[in-house]
Design a protein around this ligand. Structure first.
Ligand SMILES: Cc1cc2nc3c(=O)[nH]c(=O)nc-3n(C[C@H](O)[C@H](O)[C@H](O)COP(=O)(O)OP(=O)(O)OC[C@H]3O[C@@H](n4cnc5c(N)ncnc54)[C@H](O)[C@@H]3O)c2cc1C
Length: 475
């Protein structure tokens, strides 16, 4: 069942397709949410068609290659508690392996290089106390936040009226706390703390199981990665769905009428009873909806902008940092590199996965980007990092179609003003996608859960209308 990484999964239709077709449910987007929704509906006996704008499935999961080894350009890790995506991986024959974490981490913060153990760098007892103080403050606020409907939380208006950055500054953080929270913001929301609402940060962090679970490797969100790559899960799922998945088919319009919806791409018109849209809110704004979306949904699409994050990979003959007792995990507050992890295969070269700040990375050529990354790896891991066997990178913020990621960088006021539109169907159109998840929002697991939820909701409506038609015909 394994699909070669060099080719798209065989049964997926590419190129000319029938101009008109009709199904029970049309699904927009072939990421984790869309493919999970499709699989669930097919298992309920419904006919579906998944339309994907990119020329591949997987969405924010993408397999790249460095030194001939497949690597995750997008989503990488699954937690033990990410049971939905684990179950899916298992079902399609993909395996998880633990994230390498033996040894000490390296930090270069405030101009000083030091090593540390555990998740949080601890340059001094004062810094450690200050991070604990901030964590306690966040946890106390998180208790008031409803992850399923953050906009209804007791203190939602106040928490949404300020950025995470403003809140941090009011707490007068130690400089190492400020630096750490900036790194957290860059990697989770793809933006600076000043650009994301405090309410959104609290909702997301609580949905990720709390700050410790969100940041930890062992027992946390970085616990495991896929032996194959995360996109492989979606490729195998698409393979099972066969010609129900069409790639290279950006949806341009969705028109609702009395009995269904008409969904149009440049070369295909699909009649369906219902639609499930899994595109992230920002990307829904490129679809012409008729009748127009309610003002709140329009507001959501305008204000829930995607953040941006870039990843680089450097491959070496061996994971040489392990010899020096280092785990390959590092944090640095200089740029563009800000986090590294060891994603070496079980046998073969040593590979460092490097998170890069797009603002000082994406605007350069690949050769220039490499020349910015490697010296920072030398600072972190020594001279042996100077000459990698191979280098590769991916800038999510500059993707041609549906750019951005890992997640929406939701600014102040946008959750209380428009958050409820994440869940409200618009007539025959239901919404899914990781942004709409409660628990595990922002992860592949959250995406799968929303796909299943939307599929069940639409299936319920299909059954209900079929029953009504049958009853009417018997009267
Ligand atoms: C760099 C990076 C690192 C990440 N790390 C992790 C991680 O370690 N663990 C984790 O769990 N998650 C991680 N994530 C987040 C994870 O990738 C997402 O939460 C998840 O993949 C979202 O799935 P989705 O189906 O909701 O959305 P998407 O994957 O975005 O799928 C939506 C699909 O809709 C398509 N689309 C948009 N508009 C249209 C249109 N008009 N017509 C047709 N198709 C359209 C898009 O092309 C896309 O394929 C990471 C993401 C990135 C970018």
């Amino acid at each position: 069942m394994s699909v070669s990484r060099k080719q798209p999964p065989a049964p997926v239709v590419q190129g000319p397709a029938p101009t008109r077709t009709s199904v029970d449910v049309v699904i927009v987007g072939a990421g984790f949410a869309g493919l999970s929704a499709a699989e669930r509906l097919v298992s309920r006996g419904c006919s579906v068609l998944v339309l994907e704008g990119r020329d591949r499935v997987g969405g924010r999961s993408l397999t790249g290659e460095v030194a001939g080894i497949p690597v995750d350009f997008g989503a990488t890790w699954v937690a033990r508690r990410h049971t939905a995506v684990r179950e899916l991986a298992d079902r399609v024959g993909c395996e998880t392996i633990p994230q390498y974490a033996a040894g000490r981490q390296v930090a270069i913060m405030g101009g000083r290089r030091y090593t540390y153990k555990h998740t949080i760098p601890t340059p001094s007892p004062i810094a450690l106390l200050d991070i604990a103080r901030m964590q306690l403050a966040m946890e106390s606020l998180m208790r008031t936040v409803d992850v399923d409907a953050a906009w209804t939380s007791k203190d939602a208006a106040r928490l949404d009226s300020m950025s995470f950055g403003e809140w941090l500054e009011r707490k007068r953080p130690h400089r190492s706390t400020r630096a750490l929270m900036t790194l957290v913001s860059k990697v989770q929301w793809g933006c600076l703390p000043a650009e994301v609402s405090l309410l959104h940060v609290l909702r997301y962090t609580k949905a990720a199981g709390g700050l410790d679970h969100m940041l930890d490797v062992e027992g946390g969100q970085q616990q495991d990665r896929l032996r194959e790559t995360t996109q492989e899960i979606t490729m195998r799922l698409a393979e099972r769905l066969g010609d129900r998945v069409v790639v290279g088919a950006p949806v341009r319009s969705i028109t609702q009428h009395d009995t269904g919806v008409t969904v149009a791409t440049d070369s295909l018109e699909v009649e369906a009873r219902y639609a499930i849209v899994t595109a992230a809110p920002e990307h829904r704004a490129d679809i012409a909806f008729s009748p127009a979306l309610p003002a709140r949904a329009e507001g959501l699409n305008r204000t829930w902008r995607m953040g941006a994050l870039s990843k680089a990979f450097a491959a070496y003959e061996t994971p040489f940092w392990r010899e020096g007792g280092l785990s390959g995990e590092a944090l640095t507050d200089t740029g563009p590199v800000f986090i590294t992890f060891d994603v070496s295969p079980e046998a073969g070269p040593g590979i460092l996965m490097v998170f890069c700040d797009p603002t000082v990375f994406d605007g350069f050529t690949v050769a220039e980007r490499r020349d910015r990354v490697i010296p920072q790896l030398v600072d972190l891991y020594g001279e042996r990092a100077r000459r990698p066997l191979d280098y590769a990178d991916h800038c999510w913020g500059t993707d041609e179609f549906a750019p951005g990621g890992p997640n929406a960088a939701v600014g102040p006021y946008a959750t209380t003003a428009y958050g409820s539109a994440l869940l409200e169907p618009h007539g025959r159109i239901h919404w899914a996608g990781t942004e709409a998840a409660g628990e595990w929002a922002g992860s592949m697991n959250g995406a799968v859960l929303t796909g299943w939820r939307a599929a069940e909701a639409v299936h319920g409506r299909l059954v209900e209308t079929t029953d009504r038609v049958v009853e009417a015909s018997m009267r």
